[in-house]
Design a protein around this ligand. Structure first.
Ligand code: ADP
Ligand code: MG
Length: 474
């Protein structure tokens, strides 16, 4: 074995030990060493997707592993194998830290400086919170029977002063899609910040996860925690998306630290704490220990009022936009699904009105919103499409997926494809097994469980699967 190959196998072992077997086999198992020249290590992967993932999530880690083995390595270049082999064009290096700055990790090697060149959100950005929509304020929030309590609690939280006794902590609001959770949370954030007493930070659970994960990776978890603790009101939206053991442990930590310090926490989710199956018991009981409020479906009257408020708001930009009351009544009566569809319906009327210059009439409204009335069925995804998209993504052929080959580069894609077949279609396990080269339903079940288990801990895989889902559902 050459010295290079020897180093490479050590680097791989080190990497595997650092990221764990699952992540390693998802992302690094197919990475090859192409060359080492002048302090630059050139590695190849089979797909662009892998390249960009590794680049944005693990670049520094890979470099650090190399530097531990071979001190002279200053840079890691990542290239896509097929592209390289067919064109032989030397790809441009995209992975370099800024000149002169070595990236080192603390497991022994000390140096602190790190370049900020890799495509990751920095901690400030993560802590800067998710963007707030200026329309989602208390002024624009219409109160009705289904949301009176949630609204009152949110108002109370937003207007509390520093040093006031915290009345309910956390405030936990749950409701189905489009029933105003985000609106209420953002309104709370705006209002609390407008008071100027306490800093309110609005984060989606996703932002919390990625912010935290990247903070961990950049060795500033402490700074991240410190900053979080400097916050008066922490608002977390869509908590149901919080996943992964370490994220949860950190979330639990943050929650306890904030609550114990008398800071306010506000949370929204699509389900009550008791139904957050992936959360551990301690977090669940802490969440349930504050005030838990449900917002029910929007009643017809509330829908009417929301529409009225929306038309008024739209008039600020489009003074000629007018929707007669009977039209509003018609939409409120027929578009029953949720707040988003109401908004969608009005947007169509507005667009039609602007583009054609025709006034809004009942007849036009009936035509424009017809498909919003019967809630659209979600697009039906076919198993062939799943196989095609997955095969393309992982650079294998569809027949590989159906074959009995058990090499790592087809096993994982096959499992992902089966998992997607189970989650995106109504097909039964035996049926899916049949469609994947006549496999047994227990094989499918195993694949589904495997992937379910992995996505809880492997953010990268979770995002990859989200991407695939999006492609399939578009
Ligand atoms: P969720 O976060 O619960 O899925 P959103 O807060 O995004 O729902 O609400 C969806 C849409 O419905 C938004 O445009 C929102 O402004 C509107 N909406 C929902 N409830 C109300 C309400 N009570 N008053 C005004 N607008 C509302
Ligand atoms: Mg929302």
């Amino acid at each position: 074995m050459s010295a290079e190959d020897d180093s490479w196998s050590k680097v791989k072992k080190r990497l595997q030990a650092e990221v764990g077997d699952d992540i390693y086999s998802s992302w690094f198992a197919r990475m090859d060493l192409e060359a080492i020249e002048d302090g630059t290590v050139r590695l190849s992967v089979p797909t662009r997707f892998l390249k960009s993932w590794i680049q944005s999530h693990y670049a520094e880690r890979v470099l650090a592993c190399w530097q531990t083995e071979v001190q002279e390595v200053g840079r890691v270049e990542l290239i896509v194998r097929s592209a390289m082999r067919t064109t032989m064009v030397k790809p441009k290096p995209e992975l370099e830290p800024s000149a002169g700055e070595a990236v080192r990790y603390p497991n022994g090697h000390g140096a602190k400086s790190r370049p900020l060149t890799v495509g990751e959100p920095n901690v400030h950005e993560a802590l800067g919170g998710s963007p707030l929509d200026p329309r989602l304020t208390f002024d624009g929030f219409v109160v009705g029977r289904s949301n009176t309590l949630a609204h009152a609690a949110a108002k109370q939280v937003a207007s509390a002063k520093r040093g006031d006794a915290v009345m309910f902590n956390p405030l936990y609001i749950h409701a189905g899609v489009g029933l105003g959770k985000t609106h209420l949370l953002q309104a709370t954030t705006w209002a609390a910040n407008a008071m100027g007493e306490r800093k309110a930070l609005y984060l989606t659970a996703e932002k919390f996860m990625y912010g935290f994960v990247s903070a961990l990776r950049t060795q500033t978890a402490l700074a991240f925690k410190e900053a979080l603790r400097g916050i008066g009101v922490l608002v977390i939206d869509d908590l149901q998306f919080l996943q992964g053991k370490s994220t949860q442990a950190e979330f639990c930590h943050t929650l306890n630290a904030l609550i114990d310090a008398g800071r306010q926490v506000v949370i929204a989710s699509d389900r009550p704490p008791s139904d957050l199956e992936s959360l551990d018991d301690r977090v669940r009981s802490r969440l349930a220990g504050g005030l838990v409020v449900e917002m029910g479906p929007l009643g017809e009257e509330l829908r009417f009022e929301i529409l009225k408020a929306r038309v008024l708001a739209a008039r600020a930009h489009h003074p000629s936009f007018d929707v007669p009351a009977p039209v509003l009544g018609y939409i409120a009566k027929t578009v029953t699904h949720n707040g988003r569809d109401l908004e969608g319906a009005l947007n169509r009327l507005l667009a039609h009105n602007k583009l054609t210059g025709h006034p809004v009439t009942l007849e036009m409204a009936e035509r424009e919103v017809r498909d919003l009335i019967r809630p659209q069925e979600p697009k039906r995804v076919k198993i062939e499409d799943i196989q095609r998209v997955v095969a393309r993504q992982y650079n294998v052929s569809r027949s590989d997926l159906l074959s009995s080959r058990r090499t790592a580069n087809v096993v994982r894609p096959r499992q992902v494809a089966m998992y997607l077949a189970k989650t995106l279609t109504l097909r039964s396990l035996p049926e899916i097994g049949r469609r994947f080269g006549g496999r047994d339903h227990t094989t499918v079940l195993h694949a589904v469980r495997k992937i379910e288990g992995l996505v809880g801990n492997d953010m990268a895989l979770a995002e990859e699967i989200e991407l695939l889902k999006r492609q399939l559902q578009e």
